[in-house]
Design a binder for this molecule. Structure first.
Ligand SMILES: C[S@@+](CC[C@H](N)C(=O)[O-])C[C@H]1O[C@@H](n2cnc3c(N)ncnc32)[C@H](O)[C@@H]1O
Length: 213
């Protein structure tokens, strides 16, 4: 993602601390949202259009957007218009072990995750088996994970990793626009751009599996 310099970033972030913006410490969702609704996360939420639309569409769920870059996150937070079922966490997904509690998530979206095209960086891909195993810990059993990408490399790699870790692939498509399984799809910022450029969008789903504690 090309990063623009954002004016008064610190001051603008400050406005959201303790409210929309969570601190990276152990998260007790019932306290944070003030209710027991299921919590669905998006890792690498970017400028936040997708998760905001999801929060508006499904008020019966709570949503958590995780993004590591402040200058991007601020743009997501400044779009929010009082939605009470949405929070953001500025963090690297790598560092969430002590932050997200076991079995506390009910769904996960991975939208246009960085593809890390060089093989030597494959462990950084958010669908590397190390991440998939952690997702299984954070998710309740049989929660849905959905991935969308324009990257053939990341898609093929994800299929391999998801299968190899004992998950069943579902709704695999090489063109989301042609797949009835995604007819209620909400496009992300990246997706809008790639679609306008004529690139097909690949997508898949799988369900988390039980973790032995
Ligand atoms: C290619 S952009 C996609 C943004 C958005 N999901 C979309 O589809 O428009 C990837 C985003 O994921 C964030 N990201 C990548 N790796 C991350 C990680 N390990 N932890 C948190 N955020 C990450 C990047 O900062 C970037 O904003």
């Amino acid at each position: 993602m090309r990063l623009r310099k954002v004016k008064n970033l610190e001051q603008r972030m400050e406005r959201f601390r303790g409210g929309l913006l969570l601190e990276p410490k152990p998260l007790v969702f019932a306290d944070i949202f003030g209710n027991q609704q299921p919590v669905v996360a998006e890792f690498g939420t970017g400028r936040g259009e997708f998760i905001l639309m999801m929060a508006r569409r499904q008020p019966e769920l709570n949503f958590l957007g995780v993004e590591r870059v402040d200058s991007v996150l601020i743009q997501a937070m400044e779009k929010v218009e009082g939605e009470t079922n949405l929070r953001y966490l500025r963090a690297n997904v790598e560092d969430l072990d002590d932050v997200i509690q076991e079995s506390s998530l009910s769904g996960l979206y991975l939208n246009f995750s960085d593809p890390w095209p060089k093989k030597k960086n494959r462990k950084r891909r958010l669908t590397h088996r190390g991440y998939l195993e952690r997702n299984d810990r954070w998710l309740q059993e049989h929660s849905m994970v959905q991935l969308k990408t324009d990257s053939k490399t990341l898609f093929a790699f994800s299929i391999e990793e998801i299968s190899q870790t004992g998950h069943m692939l579902e709704d695999v498509t090489l063109d989301i626009a042609q797949s009835p399984a995604y007819e209620d799809n909400i496009q992300t910022e990246y997706e809008e751009r790639f679609t306008a450029e004529g690139h097909p969008i690949y997508a898949l789903r799988y369900h988390s599996k039980k973790v032995k504690l």
